[in-house]
Design a binder for this molecule. Sequence first.
Ligand SMILES: NC(=O)c1ccc[n+]([C@@H]2O[C@H](COP(=O)([O-])OP(=O)(O)OC[C@H]3O[C@@H](n4cnc5c(N)ncnc54)[C@H](OP(=O)(O)O)[C@@H]3O)[C@@H](O)[C@H]2O)c1
Length: 255
Amino acid sequence: MNICIIGAGNMGGAIALGAAKRFPNYKINVTNRSGKNTERFTQFPNISCYVNNKRATKGADVIILAVKPWVIKDVINEISDVITADQALVSVAGGISLSELEGMLPWTCPLFRVIPNIAASVGESMTFISERNAGKKVMSDIVGIFSALGKVSVIEERLLPAATALCSCGIAYAFRYIRASVEGAIELGISPCDALDYITQTLVGAAAVINHDKIHPEEAIDRVTTPGGITIKGLNAMEANGFTNAVIAGLKASK
Ligand SMILES: NC(=O)c1ccc[n+]([C@@H]2O[C@H](COP(=O)([O-])OP(=O)(O)OC[C@H]3O[C@@H](n4cnc5c(N)ncnc54)[C@H](OP(=O)(O)O)[C@@H]3O)[C@@H](O)[C@H]2O)c1
């Protein structure tokens, strides 16, 4: 399989590195405008770097557009005379619908909107995929590529904005929880470095318990709280300060 990734920034670079590690027999072309920041790709013989988008797309089975949303139309215009209807086109750009993408193309081809999150860089993304005109084979190819970067869910396009808020923006909310915990821990007398170490492992553990035991978070909380104990006092103090409402308001604001 030949993959071309246009835009080797944070997301395009993460996709390239994840796919190169998982599929050493795939040929992966990556492009960016400046030709800079390509050192991270040099240890992978199956990645080739380009600044010329047209040359990079030649022979690709899958073309992944990983540029900023406002650059997508220009890139499609630039490559439209060299790409063909049998190449699958994937956009990771937030906020550009499949209909809008289709409207930019002079032909019909398998079209995908993919929303990963930044944990793709460590193989732990929660990635959502919606498609148009995709047969079983190409769908399984695209799911395979993004499975190299973490977990994948194929969903209806109408749910993408909510899924984006929950997981693509949501990872930033998790980072903010980590930061808030570190700040609280410092006040309690733990060093910032230790606090960061401790809270990240605590979150890894929380996610692992839910994933492993397949239980509702409240049931997991019941396992931790003791009547009259310190955990319930902490939870109630957080709720009194708007914890759940703040999370829900944040998700709604980012949809
Ligand atoms: N980061 C995330 O968490 C995340 C999550 C989900 C979806 N996305 C989506 O992913 C896309 C990329 O985001 P990002 O965070 O990876 O941005 P980024 O780090 O700024 O990367 C954008 C890349 O595109 C390159 N580029 C710009 N114009 C180009 C052109 N005409 N031809 C070829 N390459 C070009 C840039 O090259 P130069 O640096 O040389 O200009 C840069 O390497 C966005 O549409 C975003 O909505 C991002």
